[in-house]
Write a protein that binds this ligand. Structure first.
Ligand SMILES: C[S@@+](CC[C@H](N)C(=O)[O-])C[C@H]1O[C@@H](n2cnc3c(N)ncnc32)[C@H](O)[C@@H]1O
Length: 335
């Protein structure tokens, strides 16, 4: 098919064929805030804007009205270009699809856990980044949400939301959760749990811990420490952990960015104190969401290979996997 024809077809088929930036993003103050992110932030906090851009551009399956403003123009443009290129090349996996599946998986598991706990559960987002679940998931209406991240990120997020949503009163109206509280902490430090307590985390309350896109940025001992700290909560109250894990091959893609990995989280987590663990891979029935229909796509191919295999025998490529894991535990007397 001629290039021009292909381009035309994309324009017909894809809801995001042209990048349409919302007017809010053009506001002077929001542009200034994003100029600070673009010019001054390091690679780690910037990943928060990359994932927000993914939610913004996969908005045909993810409803996140805050995502564009939180992502910013430069991250949106970069991802949009990649998606367009993938589509032009008829790629089996379009950029951002992993993120879309991961977001939908976490959404569905958060909803299930909160409803299992009877709606009063608190939700802690470690490495919350530009996550706007407190503003978009109505299942959180009785939940207090705690967002833990670096201070500069939380301050920037608050400033962007203030510009986008206006007065405190209006922001409260837009909030879907019962409350949302920022907790400025570095989770590699030993005092992050204490900081969470100071900000109102109630240790006796049922808790859903959300570790989305965070564990692999931590050095191994810190990741283990964080998981052990959460596992210890299983002895105190009904506890659910939702987390994604990279395997060793995935981390090897960029050893300067990624650190912690586990090839067998379903063995690691019980050893750390979680009695129950369920693991899914991208493309499994609960991690699919109609986005991975081609049996030949990378994720479906990987799912059909034994997990012990590190290299794809078909083409010699590394078997890079992302595991979506739900672990839980309860004090003995509770059911
Ligand atoms: C890839 S983003 C994921 C953000 C969000 N969970 C999401 O899925 O959109 C990783 C986030 O973890 C935060 N982060 C990384 N290391 C951290 C640390 N040691 N302490 C607190 N936050 C951290 C970063 O600032 C960033 O916001």
């Amino acid at each position: 098919m001629a290039e021009e024809e292909k381009r035309h077809q994309i324009q017909e088929e894809w809801p995001w064929r042209e990048l349409k930036l919302p007017e809010q993003l053009m506001a002077e103050k929001i542009r200034t805030l994003h100029a600070t992110i673009d010019g001054e932030w390091g690679a780690l906090p910037r990943t928060a804007c990359q994932t927000a851009a993914g939610r913004a551009l996969w908005n045909h399956v993810i409803h996140d009205p805050m995502a564009h403003v939180l992502a910013g123009e430069s991250f949106l443009k970069t991802l949009h270009e990649k998606m367009k290129k993938d589509k032009l090349n008829n790629a089996r996996e379009v950029s951002g699809v992993i993120l879309a599946v991961r977001t939908l998986w976490f959404d569905s598991k958060i909803e299930a856990a909160v409803s299992f706990f009877g709606n009063g559960a608190q939700v802690v987002l470690l490495g919350a980044g530009m996550d706007a679940r407190a503003y978009r998931l109505s299942c959180l209406k009785e939940s207090n949400v705690f967002e833990v991240d670096f201070p500069e990120l939380l301050q920037m997020k608050a400033a962007l939301l203030q510009e986008a949503l206006g007065s405190a009163e209006h922001r409260k109206k837009e909030l879907k959760a019962n409350s949302v509280t920022s907790v400025a902490a570095d989770i590699r430090d030993s005092d992050w749990l204490e900081k969470l307590h100071i900000r109102g985390f109630a240790p006796e309350k049922c808790t859903v811990w959300v570790l989305e896109g965070i564990l692999y940025y931590l050095p191994h001992p810190n990741a283990i420490q964080v998981l052990q700290t959460i596992a210890a909560k299983c002895l105190v109250t009904r506890t659910v952990l939702l987390a994604d894990f990279m395997n060793q091959s995935s981390v090897s893609l960029s050893n300067s960015t990624f650190h912690f990995y586990s090839d067998w989280p379903e063995q690691l987590l019980p050893a750390l104190g979680f009695p129950y663990v369920e693991l899914s891979q991208i493309g499994d029935p609960d991690a699919h969401f109609g986005l991975l229909n081609d049996p030949q796509n990378l994720f479906n191919k990987l799912r059909n290979l034994p997990r012990s295999i590190q290299t794809n025998p078909e083409d010699g490529s590394p078997c890079c996997r992302l595991f979506l894991v739900e672990a839980s535990g309860f004090p003995k007397q509770s059911t």
